[in-house]
Unconditional design. Structure first.
Length: 101
């Protein structure tokens, strides 16, 4: 029973990540995102996976830890892609502002 509850917890957490990834792809910006938050969640999943492996508690729940880890990792990669895009846009806007002045 504890593994089933843990699995549902992981599914509950995991439902939000595809939504976040889609938002990152569509918005093409980091506005509304927190790098610190994503990093803490990413580290949390690493610790969860390590805990399962260290305790030799390798069950189907580990799959959900890994799946969530991959989704958060994907969102982190998108964060840096979008951050780069935001920086280039800001530079372009600054150049236009300078030309108008």
């Amino acid at each position: 029973m504890p593994e089933i509850l843990e699995m549902f917890m992981m599914i509950g957490f995991g439902i939000s990540w595809p939504i976040s990834i889609i938002k990152s792809i569509r918005s093409r910006t980091v506005r509304g995102k927190s790098l610190l938050f994503l990093c803490f969640i990413f580290i949390g999943y690493i610790c969860g996976i390590a805990s399962k492996l260290a305790a030799s508690n390798i069950t189907y729940v580990l799959f959900f830890y890994i799946l969530n880890f991959v989704m958060v990792g994907t969102d982190l990669i998108l964060f840096f892609i979008n951050k780069s895009r935001d920086n280039k846009l800001a530079e372009k806007e600054a150049a236009v502002y300078e030309c108008e002045s």
